[in-house]
Design a protein around this ligand. Structure first.
Ligand SMILES: NC(=O)c1ccc[n+]([C@@H]2O[C@H](COP(=O)([O-])OP(=O)(O)OC[C@H]3O[C@@H](n4cnc5c(N)ncnc54)[C@H](O)[C@@H]3O)[C@@H](O)[C@H]2O)c1
Length: 431
């Protein structure tokens, strides 16, 4: 099948490459010329484990094309996936500007039947909105269908998630579109990981509901972490004790610095707006959001309780919003670093892959590739991202290199007793 992917970011690139790898011809279309030039030249602009190999293989095989020509992108495909960014706007709603632009181009250049797939995370009702924009821009009446096919991939494991999704949700009100989409996805479905066909609005809500549930679990544990600290309990053991309960499960129960990234923060805010617009109560998700905002600063408060931050030098291990990605959007580390700088601290920071992205948003930070070099003569160390690279280091050497043996472990990756026995002043979250 001939597919167009509109928007070649984290989702679009993984989706386009993944479909090319299944034997489809894929046009990746983006308005960012620099990005498209890099991609056409064989340079992958993002870090995502496993992506480079399949991208290079399929580019070489001629199954992947990178273009900025909207007309060609629309005309030469049967199915057009909208994978553009949907950030939060000043009213705390999902900004559909890019979605609207793509829909306008589809209407304008459409030459025969197309399936238009909303893969970007978009509020309930957006499929109708896309349909309306396409119709308004058609030169003559041509049949088309809009379906909702939300994306659930996790950055850092996106290639695996494309190949082995937990489920594939297709919201469709057209039998023809449903059949074509099912045949496109059939090879990836399994008995216990089905293709689920729903109506369009249900599919649109499944995406927000899923992210909101995961974010709620994180805020739930973060709120409990305060009680653990006050009473001498350990939130990690509490999470373990909860997780063995089959009704609860063990995932997404880590207390820490809160959730970040390009999805959960904006999706919770957009869900709150959607609920309000539909005269529904949004108390639960407002609390989830509020707890998360507060959580990002918790390590700064802890640090302030043990050292004078003004004129200190603080080392930060981990910049990306989570391990195995170079994505720093809404990363707690950025807020922590800026807060410390405002209080007069100098920052040394280290990350296995996110330094280049961090240089674009952070000023006056000294970046290091090596975690040991990062901490030399620093007054304290903050662990902001739980990269495996930080888990098994020589903590005796760490103690020698730091000016003061202070670790604020924002991701609870170390054992408090071991750290205390080594002579560190160690503070985790909720322990
Ligand atoms: N990143 C994730 O982990 C993830 C997971 C699931 C869902 N989503 C959702 O998928 C969507 C895309 O997310 P992302 O992280 O890939 O975003 P991104 O910012 O990495 O990429 C978006 C791309 O769209 C391009 N674009 C903008 N306007 C365009 C236009 N008019 N025509 C063509 N291209 C255009 C941008 O140049 C950019 O390359 C969002 O709605 C997001 O919420 C993201």
């Amino acid at each position: 099948m001939k597919l167009t992917i509109a928007g070649t970011g984290y989702v679009g690139l993984v989706t386009g490459t993944g479909f090319a790898n299944l034997g489809n011809d894929v046009i990746c279309f983006d308005i960012d010329k620099a990005k498209i030039n890099l991609l056409a030249d064989g340079v992958l602009p993002i870090y995502e484990p496993g992506l480079e190999e399949i991208y290079k293989r399929n580019l070489k095989a001629g199954r992947l094309e990178f273009i900025t020509d909207a007309k060609k992108a629309v005309r030469e495909s049967d199915i057009i996936f909208i994978c553009v960014n949907t950030p939060i706007n000043e009213h705390q709603e999902a900004d559909l500007t890019a979605v609207k632009e793509v829909a306008r181009a589809i209407g304008q250049y459409m030459n025969d039947y197309k399936i238009v797939v909303n893969k970007s995370t978009v509020p309930v009702g957006t499929a109708d909105f896309v349909k309306k924009i396409i119709k308004e821009n058609q030169q003559k009446k041509i049949e088309f269908d809009v379906v909702s096919n939300p994306e659930f991939l996790r950055e850092g494991a996106a290639v695996k998630d494309f190949e082995n999704p937990d489920r594939i949700v297709i919201g469709s009100e057209s039998k023809k579109a449903e059949e074509i989409m099912t045949s496109l996805y059939r090879s990836r479905a399994r008995a216990d990981r089905p293709i689920m066909i729903t109506n369009i609005r249900t599919a649109e809500i499944i995406k927000y509901a899923s992210n909101a549930m995961l974010a709620t679990r994180i805020s739930f544990m973060n709120q409990l972490s305060y009680l653990c600290e006050k009473t001498g309990a350990d939130i990690k053991a509490v999470a373990r004790g909860m997780g063995f309960d089959g009704r609860i499960g063990s995932r997404f129960l880590q207390a820490g610095l809160g959730y970040g990234g390009s999805c959960f923060p904006k999706d919770i805010k957009a869900l709150i707006s959607m609920l309000k617009q539909n005269d529904c109560d949004s108390d639960l998700f407002e609390a989830v959001n509020r707890i998360n905002e507060k959580q990002k600063s918790v390590v700064v408060k802890k640090l302030k309780s043990v050292i004078e931050i003004k004129d200190s030098t603080i080392a930060v291990w981990g910049i990306s919003f989570k391990p195995k990605t170079d994505d720093i959007r809404e990363a707690p580390s950025i807020i922590i670093i800026e807060e410390l700088q405002n209080m007069g601290a100098k920052i040394h920071a280290c990350d296995p892959v996110a330094i280049e992205n961090a240089k674009n948003v952070l000023n006056d930070v000294m970046f290091f590739e090596n975690p040991y070099e990062t901490i030399r003569d620093c007054d304290a160390l903050i662990v902001a991202t739980e990269w495996n690279e930080f888990r098994n280091l020589d903590m005796r050497a760490v103690k020698i290199l730091l000016k003061n043996p202070i670790i604020i472990d924002g991701r609870n990756i170390y054992d408090p007793k071991e750290m205390t026995d080594l002579g560190f002043k160690y503070m985790g979250i909720g322990r």
